[in-house]
Design a protein around this ligand. Structure first.
Ligand code: PMP
Length: 492
C-alpha cells in the first residue's frame, strides 16, 4: 500500500475536485434560476440531498487516487484485501505480489490463455471524468424500463448510443434493424440458435462453425443439450453434404474477424436451409480494417472487446427479421429478464464518452488523431494492438521452429487508409516434427497458451492472447523471446 505521490496525479485529483465543485455550483445556479416544473427537485431537503454525489465521488476518488500499487495493481472501491493493520492492500496484476504489488514472482507463468481485454484500462484511466457513471441508490429499481407507454428491457438511451457508435465507425448497418441485449454476447449465442431453429420440426437444427472456431459455440450447444439443436462440429465437413443441407436446418457461426486467426471470415455453407450467425466481437478498428458496414441477418457484438469492460457483461444482437428478433428477445426475457440496468447505464456512459471524444476532435485519418490519441478510443486501441503485433511478429520472424499466422494490411474506412494487422490473438504453429503438443512446448517455456484443440484445430497450434494488461504482455514478450531463441526440443 503506497500513497500516491506523483505530481501529475495530484494535479489530476485537484482538477477533478475543482470540476466537481464547478459542476455542483453551476447546477445549483441553474436550478435556482429556473421555475420549478412537475417532477423537478427544488425543496430544501432536495438541495441537501445533492451532497451524496459529492460524497460518493470523493469516496471513489480517494480510493482510486490514493494507491499507486507500484504500477502493478489496483485498489477499487470494493477491494477487500487488507494488511495487518486493517488498511487496504492492492489487488496485484498477475505475477506481482506484496501489499503494494512491488514484488515480481520470477517463476510465474506468463498467462496468455484468456481473451480478457484489459489492455484498454489506461485509456479509461485517462478518460475517467468523461466516462464516470454515477448510480443513485434508487436508479431504475424496476425490472423494466418505461419507454413511453411501452415496457422495455433496453434503455432507449443505450439503444441510441449503440446505433450511434456503429454509425460513427461504419462497421454495421443498424437502420431498420432490431437490437436485443444479452448478458454478454455469450447469452446471445444460444438465443440465436433457439430463434433460428425450426419450431416443432421433426429434426433438430445442426450447429456448426468452420475450424478453428471460438469454442463457446460448441460448449454451449453441448451443455444445453436441447432437442432443438445439436452440435455438428467443423462446418467444412458439411460443404459437400448437399442432401443434409437441403433436408435440415444448419446454423453456422462465423466469427469475423476470426478468433483465433484474426481474418475476416465468411460463411462456408450455402443453401436454403443454412442460417448464418455472424459474431463480430472483434469487428472494430482496434483489431482489423473495416472495409464496409456488416449487414448480415443476425450479428453479435460485445462491449467486452469494444471498450474492454468484459466484467460488465453486455452484448447485443443486430437482427434483420422481426420474428427472429422477437424470439431472441423472448429467450433473454425468459432466461434472465434482460440485462442489469446498472450495466446498461455504465455502457451508455462509456459509449457516449467514445462518441463525444470523436465529436469534439473530429480526426479523420489515423495521423490526425496523434496528438489527441488518449481521448480517441479507436486511435489509442489500434496503436496499442498494432505495436503488440509488430513486437510478436519480430520475435517469430526467422524462426523455423514456430510460425505465426500471416495477416495482410486491409482497407479501413474508419481511419481512411490501409492499416497494418493488429489482431487480438497470435495463432502459432509448432513446426518441428517431434513437437506435436504445442501447448506443452509453450508451458515449458513459461507461457500458458490455449491449445489448438479448444478450437477444433490440431494440437500443433496454440493461441496467445495479446489483449491483456501491459505487464502481462511484457512478460509474454520476454518469455517468447527466450523460447524462440532456445534450441531445446520438447517432445510429448
Ligand atoms: N465471441 C467471441 C468470438 C469472443 O471471443 C468472445 C469473448 N472471448 C465472446 C463472443 C463473448 O463475449 P462476451 O464477453 O460478451 O460474453
Amino acid at each position: 500500500m503506497v500513497p500516491r505521490s506523483h505530481p501529475a496525479i495530484f494535479s489530476q485529483k485537484f482538477s477533478l475536485t475543482s470540476a466537481l465543485l464547478v459542476f455542483s455550483l453551476v447546477l445549483n445556479g441553474l436550478l435556482l434560476l429556473r421555475p420549478p416544473k412537475h417532477g423537478q427537485l427544488l425543496s430544501d431537503d432536495n438541495w441537501k440531498g445533492m451532497g451524496w454525489t459529492r460524497k460518493a465521488a470523493e469516496e471513489a476518488e480517494a480510493v482510486s487516487l490514493q494507491y499507486q500499487c507500484s504500477g502493478h495493481g489496483y485498489v477499487f472501491v470494493d477491494t477487500f484485501i487488507t494488511d495487518d493493520n486493517g488498511s487496504l492492500a492492492c489487488e496485484c496484476n498477475a505475477c506481482y505480489t506484496g501489499l503494494d504489488c512491488s514484488q515480481f514472482l520470477p517463476d510465474c507463468l506468463a498467462n496468455a490463455n484468456e481473451g480478457d481485454p484489459i489492455f484498454l484500462e489506461p485509456f479509461w484511466i485517462a478518460n475517467a471524468e468523461a466516462a464516470a457513471t454515477v448510480v443513485p441508490a434508487w436508479y431504475r429499481m424496476s425490472y423494466d424500463v418505461k419507454d413511453g407507454l411501452e415496457i422495455s428491457l433496453i434503455s432507449p438511451e443505450l439503444e441510441k448510443q449503440i446505433r450511434a457508435i456503429h454509425e460513427l465507425v461504419g462497421n454495421a448497418v443498424t437502420q431498420g434493424r432490431y437490437i436485443v441485449l444479452g448478458t454478454g454476447s455469450l447469452q446471445l449465442i444460444n438465443a440465436a440458435v433457439y430463434s433460428l431453429s425450426p419450431f416443432h420440426a421433426p429434426n433438430s437444427s445442426q450447429v456448426v462453425s468452420a475450424s478453428p472456431y471460438y469454442g463457446a459455440f460448441r460448449d454451449q450447444i453441448e451443455m444445453f443439450d436441447s432437442v432443438e439443436s445439436v452440435w455438428k462440429g467443423d462446418a467444412r465437413a458439411w460443404i459437400k453434404q448437399t442432401e443434409s443441407l437441403n433436408s435440415s436446418t444448419f446454423i453456422e457461426f462465423v466469427t469475423s474477424p476470426n478468433n483465433p486467426k484474426g481474418i475476416l471470415d465468411e460463411s462456408v455453407l450455402t443453401g436454403n436451409n443454412v442460417r448464418a450467425v455472424y459474431d463480430h466481437a472483434y469487428y472494430w478498428p482496434h483489431y482489423t480494417g473495416i472495409p464496409r458496414p456488416a449487414d448480415e441477418d443476425v450479428m453479435l457484438f460485445t462491449l467486452s472487446k469494444l471498450t474492454g469492460h468484459a466484467g460488465s457483461r453486455l452484448g447485443w444482437a443486430i437482427v434483420k427479421d422481426y420474428d427472429v428478433y422477437k424470439r431472441m428477445y423472448m429467450y433473454v426475457r425468459v432466461n434472465t429478464f434482460g440485462v442489469s440496468h446498472d450495466t446498461q447505464l455504465r455502457a451508455t456512459r462509456l459509449l457516449k464518452a467514445i462518441i463525444n471524444g470523436y465529436r469534439q476532435r473530429q480526426p479523420k485519418r489515423l495521423e490526425d488523431g496523434q496528438t489527441n490519441e488518449k481521448h480517441l478510443l479507436f486511435h489509442y486501441a489500434y496503436r496499442v494492438m498494432r505495436s503488440r503485433w509488430q513486437r510478436v511478429e519480430r520475435i517469430f520472424s526467422g524462426s523455423d521452429r514456430f510460425s505465426l499466422q500471416s495477416l495482410e494490411p486491409g482497407n479501413c474506412t474508419f481511419f481512411r487508409r490501409v492499416t497494418g494487422p493488429s489482431p487480438a490473438y497470435a495463432w502459432v504453429k509448432c513446426e518441428r516434427e517431434e513437437e506435436r503438443e504445442c501447448a506443452g512446448v509453450f508451458e515449458k517455456g513459461g507461457i500458458i497458451a490455449r491449445n489448438g484443440k479448444a478450437f477444433e484445430a490440431d494440437r500443433r497450434y496454440v493461441r496467445l492472447s495479446l489483449i491483456k494488461r501491459e505487464d502481462n504482455f511484457e512478460l509474454l514478450e520476454r518469455r517468447l523471446r527466450a523460447l524462440v531463441s532456445s534450441s531445446a526440443i520438447v517432445t510429448y
